[in-house]
Design a protein around this ligand. Structure first.
Ligand SMILES: O=C(O)CCC(=O)C(=O)O
Length: 284
């Protein structure tokens, strides 16, 4: 293969990968009209809800798989939730969530929001237990120090493993707050919040700058979700998957999941190992 020619004007975009060309952005299964409608709502309100994307059986299987894996009864502060269980680094132990992380509709939306080779930033199961207080409102890509208003540097899914109700901790959202500048919500704006009430198997998808938080659980049952956060390919991920997921496991994952975990290049060479494509380390 002839050596690629780089010039000062192409250095920022040239894809120098030879053997391992990106396969990002090919979600042909999804109707472009559906994607375009969803994106229109997403850009207007900062979130969308797709009801029942996953079956009850899939949610029950996920729950049965993850319940024995929780290592702590509760979080360490009121943000993690003092009556909330969280399962981190889950792909190190189980691939039960992988089909949800790479669902074609979700990748189809992400393909439109980010440059190719966007990354999985964090993957968690969150189990809000009875009598948990509401989580402080926040926005997920707030740790990237770019002034607002700005484009989304992150996006997230919250998949309802249990029915989400107004009483059991459905995620609280401030619609259109993704368009705000650098400020926190006023008391009046908090009154306009809504709750993402949705049946089990549904997906709340929202943009990184949208203000939201876990709701208070006023019931006697817990409320579980699976949440995946994604980020633009040039942003640092929250979880350090290169350290937490052994290579032997990564080798068994799909092309999409490998790419999302950072076995990918943001052109020309972000993510390299020894100046080469990181997928080469999976050959060892
Ligand atoms: O569990 C939820 O509904 C939202 C949780 C959340 O936003 C977070 O932990 O960052």
């Amino acid at each position: 293969m002839p050596a690629p020619k780089i010039t000062s004007s192409t250095i920022k975009t040239a894809d120098l990968a030879g053997r391992y060309k990106s396969t990002a952005g090919s979600q042909d299964q999804i109707d472009p009209e559906l994607l375009s409608d969803l994106l229109q709502s997403l850009n207007k309100d900062g979130y969308i809800i797709v009801e029942k994307l996953f079956s009850d059986e899939t949610m029950d299987a996920l729950k049965a798989d993850v319940l024995p894996r929780f290592k702590h009864e509760a979080g360490r502060n009121n943000f993690e939730g003092l009556a909330t269980q969280r399962l981190y680094s889950m792909m190190a132990e189980t691939d039960i969530a992988n089909p949800m992380v790479e669902h074609p509709l979700i990748l189809g939306l992400l393909d439109k929001i980010f440059e190719p080779n966007y990354l999985l930033s964090q993957l968690q199961v969150i189990n809000i237990c009875p009598h948990e207080a509401a989580q402080p409102l926040h926005y997920d890509d707030g740790f990237y120090p770019w002034p607002r208003p700005r484009r989304a540097l992150g996006a997230a899914t919250i998949i309802a493993v249990d029915d989400f109700t107004a009483e059991n901790g459905a995620t609280v959202l401030l619609p259109q707050s993704h368009l705000w500048g650098d400020r926190i919500p006023t008391e009046d704006e908090k009154q306009l919040s809504i709750k993402a009430v949705m049946p089990k198997g549904s997906v709340l998808f929202f943009l990184g700058p949208l203000w939201h938080g876990g709701g208070a659980n006023q019931t006697e049952a817990s409320r579980m979700c699976l949440t995946a956060q994604y980020c633009a390919p040039f942003c640092r991920t929250q979880e350090n998957f290169s350290l937490s997921i052994p290579k032997a496991r990564v080798k068994t994952f799909s092309e999409n999941i490998q790419r999302l975990l950072g076995y990918s290049i943001h052109p020309p060479f972000m993510g390299m190992v020894e100046g080469q494509h990181p997928k080469r380390v999976l050959l060892d």
